[in-house]
Write a protein that binds this ligand. Structure first.
Ligand SMILES: NC(=O)c1ccc[n+]([C@@H]2O[C@H](COP(=O)([O-])OP(=O)(O)OC[C@H]3O[C@@H](n4cnc5c(N)ncnc54)[C@H](O)[C@@H]3O)[C@@H](O)[C@H]2O)c1
Length: 349
């Protein structure tokens, strides 16, 4: 392993760019050397207090800085062009979800980065949450027997009043709306645990406060082998203080409920191999978590970026989790959801 610190640049210093900056800078083998964001205010604060070089234009940063990797945290509609420039400079890339807005762009980027041997990771952070990761292990190990049904849900109070419709979150063309912004997390969990569905049906989208994008998403995921699952996402639910993902899995031998805080399992028969009795069992996140050396927002945010660093530094030994190919699979399901809703709207007119 090379001991020279990785030189990292950050593109987009908004909410997630700043979060990721703090986290990756805590890694002893990383140095954040430059940030690109059009905001002069943000750039002058970063130069003064964080002592990092700043650029208004990511192209200038990529041209002038000697970097190993970048974190791309811009509004999603910009990511395709930005990631092409990052690839042209032969840099490893971590990009926030939903990564791109079209699966064709996602597939193109996945092929480019893979062919160049560049680490490529999308920020579907639930894959790095220890409760969801353990739930996947348990389901894969057959704890529930054959899986028949699941439900993947996400709730937040992101949009709880009328919107002025000016920011990027208020338009699909910019990557806004509950599907790109929130349901993408729940779809990624579906793909992660059960594989990409063969068909999407029964989609309905509703507005609560937004005018041009959906605030509520519901849809049904169907598999050729007979499995089926529901997706239900609402980012206008003020009863939730923080964004919350939930997953329920029903199999022939039991039922599993998981969120970011823990797992509940109900089994028909005991499973000594997993330490579970018949009936209800509970695992709290404190029973399953892997400690991280730095905490902002949640341990999974640190785990995902430290994984990105490990993938770069230990290429031969670390298997990459949540690649551009995985992000592309989520975009494929998103396209199916939009197409299904359009067909259903015609059906009820
Ligand atoms: N994983 C998560 O839990 C999570 C949570 C929130 C947001 N996100 C994702 O992170 C991404 C960014 O979201 P955010 O909440 O940080 O948005 P934001 O609006 O707070 O930040 C976006 C930043 O990009 C900057 N920007 C705009 N154009 C740019 C350009 N050409 N070059 C460089 N910077 C540019 C803006 O000035 C702004 O600072 C989105 O894809 C969003 O879906 C992920």
């Amino acid at each position: 392993m090379n001991d020279t610190p990785l030189k990292v640049g950050i593109i987009g210093a908004g909410r997630m760019g700043i979060t990721h900056h703090a986290i990756i800078n805590s890694h002893p083998a990383v140095e954040v050397v430059a940030v690109a964001d059009p905001s002069s205010v943000m750039n002058s604060m970063l130069e003064k207090y964080v002592k990092v070089r700043t650029y208004k234009d990511h192209g200038a940063m990529l041209e002038r800085e000697t970097l190993d990797a970048v974190l791309v945290c811009t509004p999603p509609a910009l990511n395709h062009d930005i990631l092409r420039s990052v690839h042209a400079r032969h840099l490893h890339a971590f990009v926030e979800k939903p990564f791109a807005l079209q699966s064709a762009h996602g597939a193109e980027l996945a092929a480019l980065f893979d062919a160049a041997g560049l680490v490529n990771q999308v920020g579907y952070v639930n894959r790095f949450n220890d409760a969801f990761a353990r739930a996947k292990q348990l389901v894969d190990a057959g704890l529930l027997g054959d899986v028949l049904r699941f439900r993947s849900e996400m709730y937040s109070r992101t949009i709880i009043r009328e919107q002025d419709e000016t920011g990027w979150r208020a338009s699909h063309a910019q990557g806004g709306g509950a599907i790109f912004e929130m349901a993408s997390h729940s779809i990624d969990l579906i793909n992660y645990l059960f594989g990409r569905p063969d068909r999407v049906a029964g989609t309905w989208l509703s507005n609560v406060f937004s005018k041009n994008v959906e605030d509520i998403v519901s849809s049904t995921m169907l598999y050729k082998d007979g499995r089926a699952g529901q997706l239900y996402v609402n980012w206008s639910d003020e009863s939730y203080r923080k964004p919350t993902n939930k997953l329920e899995v029903f199999g022939k031998r039991g039922r599993l409920l998981v969120d970011q805080h823990g797992i509940k399992v109900h089994l028909t028969e005991p499973s000594p191999a997993h330490g579970f009795k018949a009936g209800w069992n509970q695992l709290n996140i404190t029973d399953v978590f892997q400690p991280v050396p730095f905490y902002v927002r949640g341990m999974e945010f640190t785990s995902q970026l430290y994984h990105f660093v490990d993938c770069i530094r230990q290429r031969d030994t670390v298997a990459q989790r949540c690649s551009f190919a995985d992000g592309t699979d989520t975009l494929r399901v998103i396209e199916q959801i939009f197409a299904d809703f359009e067909a259903n709207q015609k059906g009820v007119r």
